[in-house]
Ligand binder design. Structure first.
Ligand code: NOJ
Length: 724
């Protein structure tokens, strides 16, 4: 992160010296404009409050002209001329929507992750935004939780890589540049482990799980100089994160060395009262400030509560000043004192916007996961004459946005119908939705079945509405909502009787529990929410112009009762044995997931062989080269993804059965082979000992390489880790 110039430091101290208490608290306050609504309390911001220095930061303001006007009021009409932080949830693009984050994670490509953040930053900055409430880094192993869609999925290793890429992308090489924005790593910490996947519910994970699973992505973000961090809404073992001094001042600031700004989540300081840890706004404000929260998002608790808290001795002026300094330092780093109008002044060219859409299309096509492809039902036959697009998501452009669409217009998305019609101009592409996404009306099923008759293939577009995942969208029944299953079963039966292949396409923000569909559809795709180029991206995959290459970053359960289900579980003393008694298993369901982590088919046919390690004995300072031969035995060019897992065979703490340590990709022409090389720094194999201190234990480590976390698909080698 850019260090402050001496000039900036002096300026900050001069400002601090001149500020009234109200002006200080204004800098610690962020109020919401009403251009988009992202929380239950709609404050509306008052320009008079900006003039008076009572509001020093805004969120949910959309449009360059509006942003410029607010900055103008702040710097030209307020006493101290301090520019505003203007934040927005730039979660998967700003006006141009990329696929939802979980879908983008399916690319397993850090460069792509950085690139979309860079483009989102450029586009948001062109609208006057200087802070993005992203990346969301909450590792989650619970598809009931709607916010699983916003983050890295189940692996902390992926979370770390995602954090690094996104911070780099949003903040660019220079945070002060006109096209850079401050990233906000959120939500610190453990939010992905809410009880029973229920939104906002309590989190109670062990210290070990916290350190092994939930903290590492944030540690990575801090190492890369993330400008800000947002504490989670939730409590951790009873202490709300917004008031959690141990986690915020202790772990985040002292241990991880975070020096940036802590921005509260929306209204979460006032919600300390609901949590039951504060009697009123005064206590709530004091608790949050003392825990290290610098900016109060919308609750007004700092403005109202800190003056009496100061009088009562609950907080000190030094603590307030410390937070004000951090906010002003961020404004300086963003270059706002030099030129408050550097963002949002130059409109982007049409060519830039077109180029960005092209990127969105490419990323969306690469995020789609081919879950099954029975009898090679995909790609569609080249001469397909008549295609039936059935289902409530076939012609639903606005739904393609998924949750968090920010500034994207509903009609800026390409529907599947439009995409397929454009891709197959000489074919008849017919459409019937059959049923709504949710609701009980099944009267359209009969008409949908008629559309299937005589088709060469049926594409069933099913899934969730955009609002069914994201914040406040937990689902106890994460299957197909409404009457979609009835529609799908009727179509499968009718088409089956006529030998018409049925391809299922799932639009969803989470893995859906649909074993019956996976079993019966000719092919099944997870399209997630692909963003603005949805229809074109899907057409690329369905027609075979692009081979699918997405891999699921979360394990798909076959039953809700299996949740949480993830590849990095521990072996137990009585590991799974499908037949034996007294084993760690269900008596009414298999332990196997519907699809393992990393699963995703291509139109190629890959085999992996000849795994070798060099060296085979190594100490902490070494990096092991892991090579594997990859052959594409099909007649189509495709890209294979290869995962590198490790398993410590014996350790003082029961080790996970698989730990992810790397991913490689290789594109091969038909009938060709090549060697893929992965690198494993041995130090990465260190783990937390019984005392929770990191240590590298000597011993044998299994190295497992393959196309997914499915054990049977992995090649195995052995690495002898030796003491230095
Ligand atoms: C609440 C969400 O938890 C957070 O992720 C978001 O950034 C804020 N609202 C602002 O919209």
């Amino acid at each position: 992160m850019r260090t402050l110039k001496l000039r900036d430091e002096r300026h900050i101290e001069t400002l601090l010296g001149r500020m009234t208490l109200t002006e200080k608290l204004g800098q610690l306050t962020m109020m919401a404009a009403s251009h988009t609504v992202t929380g239950p309390v709609i404050t509306g911001h008052s320009t008079d409050d900006i003039r008076a220095g009572r509001i020093g930061n805004l969120l949910n303001l959309i449009g360059a002209a509006a942003a410029r006007e607010m900055q103008r009021i702040a710097v030209e009409e307020s006493r101290l001329a301090i520019p505003l932080l203007i934040g927005l949830d730039v979660i998967h693009g700003h006006r141009t929507l990329f696929p939802v984050p979980l879908a983008e994670v399916a690319l397993f490509d850090s460069e792509a992750w950085a690139l979309t953040a860079r483009e989102a930053a450029r586009e948001a900055a062109a609208d006057g935004i200087n802070m993005a409430f992203a990346p969301m880094l909450d590792v989650s192993r619970d598809p009931r939780w709607g916010r699983i869609v916003e983050g890295p999925g189940e692996s902390p290793w992926v979370g770390r890589k995602l954090a690094e890429a996104k911070v780099r992308g949003f903040q660019g090489a220079d945070l002060a540049a006109a096209d850079s924005v401050a990233a906000v790593a959120k939500h610190f910490c453990g939010y992905g482990a809410v009880t029973a996947g229920r939104e906002y519910a309590s989190v109670d994970v062990s210290e070990r799980t916290l350190l092994e699973v939930h903290v590492p992505p944030f540690a990575a973000a801090v190492s890369c100089g993330v400008a800000a961090v947002m504490p989670a809404f939730t409590d951790l073992a009873g202490i709300p994160m917004t008031a959690n001094a141990h986690m915020l001042r202790g772990r985040l600031r002292r241990e991880l060395g975070f020096e940036g700004v802590l921005v509260s989540d929306y209204n979460s300081i006032a919600e300390l009262i609901q949590h039951g840890v504060a009697a009123d706004l005064v206590e709530a404000a004091a608790l949050a400030l003392r825990a290290g929260v610098d900016v109060d998002m919308v609750s007004g608790a700092y403005l109202q509560g800190l003056p009496p808290a100061l009088e009562r001795g609950l907080v000190s002026l030094a603590e307030i000043d410390e937070s004000v300094r951090r906010v002003l330092a961020l404004k300086a780093r963003l270059g706002l004192f030099e030129d408050p109008y550097r963002r949002g002044t130059v409109a982007e060219s049409a060519a830039t916007v077109t180029e960005r859409r092209r990127l969105a299309r490419d990323i969306a096509a690469r995020s789609i996961v081919l879950l099954t492809n029975r009898d090679d039902a995909l790609p569609l036959a080249a001469g397909v004459r008549r295609l039936a697009l059935i289902g409530p998501l076939a012609d639903a452009p606005a739904e393609m946005r998924g949750p968090w669409w920010c500034a994207a217009q509903p009609d800026a998305q390409v529907s599947v119908l439009a995409g397929m019609r454009a891709a197959l101009p000489r074919s008849q592409v017919l459409h019937a939705s059959g049923v709504d996404i949710a609701g009980d009306d099944d009267s359209g099923i009969a008409a949908a079945l008629e559309v299937c008759d005589g088709a060469d293939a049926v594409v069933l577009c099913l899934g969730e509405a955009a609002t069914m995942s994201g914040e406040a969208a937990s689902r106890a029944h994460p299957g197909l909502p409404g009457r979609q299953r009835e529609l799908a079963e009727a179509v499968l039966q009718r088409a089956g009787a006529r030998a018409i292949p049925v391809i299922g396409v799932l639009f969803c923000g989470r893995p859906l529990v649909v074993p019956w569909l996976a079993q019966r559809a000719g092919a099944l795709l997870a399209a997630w929410f692909p963003g603005c180029e949805a229809g074109h991206a899907l057409a690329e995959i369905l027609t075979g112009r692009t081979s699918p290459s997405g891999r699921t970053p979360v394990t798909w359960p076959r039953a809700v009762g299996q949740i949480p289900i993830y590849f990095g579980h521990r072996n137990t003393g009585r590991p799974t044995d499908p037949t034996g008694p007294f084993a760690s298993r269900y008596i009414d369901e298999s332990n196997e997931p519907l699809f393992p982590f990393g699963h995703g088919l291509t139109y190629g046919r890959f085999t992996l062989s000849n795994l070798r390690l060099a060296p085979e004995r190594a100490a902490a300072s070494a990096t092991v080269e892991i090579r594997v031969d990859v052959a594409n035995e099909s007649g189509r060019r495709a890209e294979e993804t290869v995962f590198l897992f490790a398993r410590r065979l014996q350790s003082r703490v029961a080790p996970p059965v698989l730990e992810l340590h790397g991913v490689g990709k290789i594109a091969l022409d038909p009938g060709t082979r090549a060697t893929l090389t992965l690198h494993l720094p041995v130090a990465e194999l260190s783990s937390l000992g019984p005392d929770l201190a990191p240590a590298l234990e000597p011993g044998v480590v299994e190295i497992l390489v393959g196309p997914s976390a499915e054990r049977a698909s992995l090649l195995t080698g052995h690495l002898q880790v030796v003491a230095a």
